[in-house]
Design a protein around this ligand. Structure first.
Ligand code: TXA
Ligand code: MG
Length: 326
């Protein structure tokens, strides 16, 4: 059910849950301090309760209400990337944020989304928790129709069109003096390093998961996804690949974009994964032959996670390989 910005603000103030657009993916929003509404988000998404939520704020000033003083590096990152696809995990006074939002941790993740309609809602309502608007484990939503696929047409959605970025924000955390990426996202490690002028560690480097969400199977369609490199012949197969490449005699080929256009690949990624379900595809082969630096690293990680299911031991092995290499 499509609603206006004003209707969304009213519903949120009354303790309801609504879906809102952001530049990364659609989010399922509730007032951060309304525990009943926050609980409903976990229940709607079938989300494990040990997976904390991001608090979305309207600007850097609002962060000071939760964390003060802010260190210089946090300020530089926020000034460089907000509003935008960066989420920063910070230690907070735990009395200010319900435990359910934090999943019992002493930290909270904050982000200023870059989407005018949603910023207007936040200005009218105050900080909002907003996990991606998908059933837990499934591909995120990058259009209102995706939200409807997962939650039904009765869920209120503000229509902000298709998301301009198409993959989630990058989640980072400062550990002593070092910044670590807790979840890869639209912003690359290299872009963050350029602002900090020092190296940033990738997630799970020491084998520990920083963001609880990253330990779960994620972004996965119902189809079994395999790497195209496992195939000697594409005949009769469903292929996910790149526009300028030729895949011969396939049953069907879904094209992400050009292999030289990582931003275009992100924009189409979840839509294609969702299309597989819509068209009842049981098995598909993904062309993983693309660069692995910058934004491509996130694309690679999402595709591996999307392939990560019981039926697919080979890709499971690949996932382990990548985690120990980053
Ligand atoms: O782009 C995005 O970030 C989207 C849009 C809607 O803003 N939101 C989103 O939220 O992706 P969600 O809930 O699907 O993913 C949040 C990630 C999870 O992996 C979660 O574990 C992690 O952030 N996270 C949140 N709070 C955390 C905390 N205090 N410590 C560690 N990880 C945290
Ligand atoms: Mg999510």
């Amino acid at each position: 059910m499509i609603i206006t910005v004003e209707e969304a603000s009213k519903a949120l103030l009354e303790g309801e849950v609504v879906a809102l657009p952001t530049e990364t993916v659609y989010g399922l929003a509730a007032k951060f301090d309304n525990e009943k509404a926050v609980r409903e988000i976990f229940s709607l998404k079938k989300r494990p309760q040990d997976n904390p939520l991001i608090v979305h704020i309207a600007n850097l000033e609002e962060l000071k209400r939760f964390v003060f003083p802010l260190d210089q590096e946090t300020l530089s990152l926020a000034k460089a990337f907000w509003p935008g696809p960066l989420t920063i995990i910070l230690k907070v006074d735990t009395t200010l944020v319900p435990s359910l939002v934090r999943a019992g941790l002493k930290t909270v993740a904050f982000r200023v989304p870059n989407h005018e309609q949603t910023l207007e809602v936040i200005r009218q309502v105050g900080p909002l928790v907003m996990p991606s608007a998908n059933l837990s484990g499934r591909p995120s939503s990058t259009a209102p129709s995706h939200v409807e696929q997962d939650f039904g047409s009765h869920v209120p959605v503000v229509d902000g069109g298709c998301c301009s970025k198409g993959v989630e924000s990058t989640v980072i955390v400062k550990d002593k003096d070092n910044w670590k990426i807790a979840r890869q996202g639209f912003l690359s490690k290299e872009q963050i390093e350029e602002v900090l002028q020092k190296p940033v560690e990738s997630f799970e480097r020491d084998g520990k998961v920083i963001s609880p969400g990253t330990k779960y199977k994620h972004y996965a369609p119902k189809a079994t996804l395999r790497s195209l490199s496992e195939l000697s012949d594409t005949r009769g197969k469903v292929i996910l690949g790149f526009r300028e490449r030729v895949y011969k005699n396939t049953k069907k080929t879904y094209f992400f974009s050009s292999v030289n256009d990582p931003e275009g690949i992100c924009q189409s990624l979840y839509n294609i994964l969702r299309q597989l379900d819509h068209e009842h595809v049981k098995e598909a082969y993904v062309d993983m032959d693309f660069p692995k630096n910058g934004l491509y690293q996130t694309i690679y990680e999402r595709l591996l996670k999307a392939s990560h299911n019981e039926k697919n031991q080979n890709v499971k092995h690949l996932v382990k390989g990548v985690e120990s290499n980053v």
